[in-house]
Design a protein around this ligand. Sequence first.
Ligand SMILES: [Zn+2]
Length: 422
Amino acid sequence: MRQIAPIGRASVGCGPLIQPLTDTARPLRQQIFERVRAAGQMARVQLAKELCISPASVTTITSELIDAGLLEAVETLREGEGGRGRPAVALRVRPNTRLVVGIKLSDREHTAVLVDFAGTMLAGEAIPRDPGPMALDAILDAAERLLDRVCTRAGVAREAVEAVGLGVPGFVDCDSGVVHWSPVLLHRHVALQAALRARLGRTVFVDNDANLVTLAELWFGAGRRLSDFAVVTIEHGVGMGFVINHRIYRGSRGMGMELGHTKVQLDGALCRCGQRGCLEAYVADYALVREAQTALNLPLGEMQSVGVMLESLFDHAKAGNAAARSIFRRAGRYLAVGLSNIVNLFDPELIILSGERMRYDYLYASETLSEMHAMMLDTGRDAPQIETHAWGDLLWAHGAAALALHELTEHLLGPSRELAAE
Ligand SMILES: [Zn+2]
C-alpha cells in the first residue's frame, strides 16, 4: 500500500479519460465534448480516430458545439519534426463558461468549490460548524451562505452559476434528491434537492458522501484512467462508491452500493441502521469507540469526543496495549471480509481506501490485506491494487462539483436533448 494525496492535477484536463469505443450509447456530441474536456485539448483528426467516425462528421458536430458556446478552437503546435512544429488547430472547452458549484455539508465543517465547465477550480471556501443534526432551514441557510461566499471570492455573480452539486452523508436517493437519513439532518425523508432548488433558484443535484469521494477520484484523481474501480470510505460509517465503465454506479433506484450494511455476521453487533451484523458495526468509528470504552474503560463522551477517544485508542495500541491492538485487529479482519466480498463480486482494477482514519495503520495493516487475499477466489491472478488516500480539505466539494459537471453535461448534451445555440 502507498500513501498518496487523492487530488492531483498531474496532467491537463479533467474528467474520465475514456478509451476509444467504450461509450457508444451516448450521443456523439456528448462523447466528443467529454473527450475534449478530459484531454484538456484535442485535434479534430484525433477525435475522428478515437471515435472511428469520419473527419466530416467531427467537423459538423464540433461546429455545433462551438456555436453553442461549449467548445472553442485554439492554436497549438504539431508534435515532432525536430521541434519545428507547424501551427495546428485543436479544440478545448471554452473557459469560464457554465460555472458550477460543489457543496459538501458535514458534521464538522461545510465546504464549497466553484469550477468552470472545463473543471478548473476558481475558488474554494470552508466554514466551521457546531456538530449535530440541523433543521432543513439551517441547512438551506448554510448552503446559500457558502454559495454566496464562494461566488464573492471568485468575483462572479451568483446568477452566473448554472448548477449546484450538494453532498451529504447518509442515505441519499440521488435520482429523486430525497435524503432518507443523514447525521446532519434532524428529520428523515427530506426532499433536499427540491428545497434547495427553490431556495437558490438554481439547478441542484444531491448525492451521498461516498459517491462524492468516488467522483472526485474519477474526475480529478487516481481513477481518471481506470474503467472499473471501487472507493471504500471509513469514518463514522462505512461507504462505497463504484465506477463501472468510467461511470459511477448507483443501482436501479439510486441507493445501491451500501457496503457498510452488507451483513458479515448473523445476529451480530447492532448497527446504526437498526439491523444486526452490518460491516460498519465492526469497522466504523463508533464500533471502535464502543469496544474501546469497554476494553480501556474510557469515558463515554459526546459526538465530538469520538475523535479524541479514537486517538486515545490508537495511542494505547501503539504503546503495546494488547486490548487496544486486538480492537484494531478485529476491525481489520472484518474489513478484510468486506474487501474480499467486493473483489469476488466486482473484480475491480483498484480499491481506494479513503478517509480521515487512514493513519490508523493497524486497521490497514498487511495482515488485513493477507486476510483479504485468503478470502478471494484463488485464480492465480494478481489481486486488485489497494491504495489508501487521506482526505484533502476540499475533496468532498470537488466531488460535488464533479456531480454538477456530470449532470449538467448530461442535461445539455445527453440523449434526446436539442443542442441550442448560445
Ligand atoms: Zn446497518
